[in-house]
Design a protein. Structure first.
Length: 289
């Protein structure tokens, strides 16, 4: 019984094995990025960046059809352009950076849908918006795994200054270190991961596997490394359980994976060891804030 429901789908079908490997790679790299997005209070900006990929990916689709290189390159260029333009607007005007990202999010979503509608069908639009992880082929899998490798190497290279900038950016400035450089490198890694996740989960779901496990981990750990150690298994289990549920129930995989990740978040919110509902209720009355 357990073999039939838990192992047989991956043992018998190559597309399920590819999807599982894609989930593993996205979990390792994406959750690591997600932890820093949470610590830097950039979760909503990350959502805007994920949607900013849509016009570039749509242009790649318009020029090359469902071509992986064209859509990936277009999405990366669009994401980086949005990040740089939004940062420049916030720097040279009185508008806050989150407001400029919100404007970019709405504009990008509308523009991307319009571009895809010029040439593609409703099915093409659904695949771009919501992804098709069960349709991940070898090329997409190499892109996802390669992105995960580059992300881990990049994060290892900038880990110390990135952590310091999260908690004490003034210290970096006092030491003469350009925090903006590390911020830009981090944004590039974030956009790169969103491009990889977009291939499997679509622009609307790409951030789900990146942020939800990271937020859930924040209810169990305080340090950056321990949050990452908890977030990665949560993300992978969300992917594996979501794949099995979608396979047996005949449901779309991307939304099911994100909903499973949402369940991990809900359980952590209620039962986590720090800042959760349980920990707050169990504290003595005179210590409650």
């Amino acid at each position: 019984m357990l073999y039939t429901y838990l192992i047989e789908p991956f043992a018998d079908f190559a597309f399920m094995r590819r999807a599982l490997v894609a989930c593993l790679a996205l979990s390792v790299a994406g959750s690591s990025i997600g932890v820093f997005l949470i610590l830097r209070r950039m979760s909503l900006m990350g959502d805007a960046l994920a949607h900013a990929l849509l016009p570039g990916a749509a242009l790649g689709f318009l020029l090359g059809g469902l071509s992986l290189p064209a859509m990936s390159l277009g999405g990366f260029v669009a994401g980086m352009a949005t990040a740089l333009i939004s940062g420049a607007i916030a720097r040279f005007t009185s508008m806050r950076e989150d407001a400029s990202f919100a404007a970019a999010y709405l504009t990008s979503l509308a523009l991307g849908v319009l571009i895809v509608s010029l040439r593609g069908s409703a099915i093409d639009l659904m695949n771009i918006l919501f992804g098709a992880i069960l349709a991940v082929d070898d090329k997409a899998l190499f892109l996802i795994v390669g992105t995960a490798t580059v992300t881990l190497v990049g994060l290892a290279a900038i880990y110390r200054p990135l952590v310091v900038e999260c908690f004490n950016p003034g210290f970096l400035a006092a030491m003469g270190v350009r925090g903006a450089l590390y911020h830009s490198l981090f944004l590039a890694l974030a956009v790169l991961n969103m491009v990889a996740a977009f291939q499997a989960l679509g622009t609307l779901m790409a951030l789900g596997l990146m942020l939800l496990p990271a937020v859930a981990a924040s209810f169990w750990a305080r340090e950056v490394w321990s949050m990452t150690v908890i977030a990665v298994p949560m993300a992978f289990l969300s992917g594996a359980i979501g794949l099995l549920l979608s396979f047996h129930a005949g449901l779309p995989s991307g939304p099911v994976i994100v909903l499973v990740a949402s369940l991990f978040f809900l359980v952590s919110l209620l039962l986590g060891s720090r800042a959760s509902v349980r920990s707050r209720v169990s504290r003595p009355v005179h210590l409650r804030g």
